[in-house]
Design a protein around this ligand. Structure first.
Ligand SMILES: [Zn+2]
Length: 115
């Protein structure tokens, strides 16, 4: 169904129904905004390399710890370390991997060639 048909259907609703729809839409928008925020990579990370296998993305990231006096504040980031990002339904789960990718992951990525 397109937006035009939805609008036509909404016009036929009663005031009570419209209020309920409004409430429901509000909740829906909040949830969508929340998951969009979770997906965004914080600016304190710098992506060096990114490789994807199936539904998982591996990212090599330089990390800023946030301390003002640290070397990373002047652009010398920590790491880089590998992190894996897995999408489960509409959520993205991130996990620390380490300085190197596990051998089996390297193998899997190698099969598909460099991306
Ligand atoms: Zn630091």
């Amino acid at each position: 169904m397109g937006l035009i048909q939805i609008k036509q259907a909404v016009r036929r609703l009663s005031l009570v129904q419209l209020r309920r729809l409004d409430e429901w839409l509000h909740e829906l928008i909040l949830k969508a905004e929340e998951s969009a925020r979770a997906e965004r990579i914080p600016t304190r990370k710098q992506i060096v390399e990114e490789r994807t296998v199936e539904n998982r993305t591996y990212r090599l990231e330089g990390v800023r710890c946030g301390k003002d006096k640290c070397k990373c504040a002047r652009g010398k980031l920590h790491g880089p370390y590998w992190y894996s990002y897995t999408r489960i339904k509409d959520k993205v789960k991130s996990q620390y991997v380490g300085r190197k990718l596990p051998r089996e992951v390297e193998k899997e990525l190698g099969k598909r060639g460099k991306s």
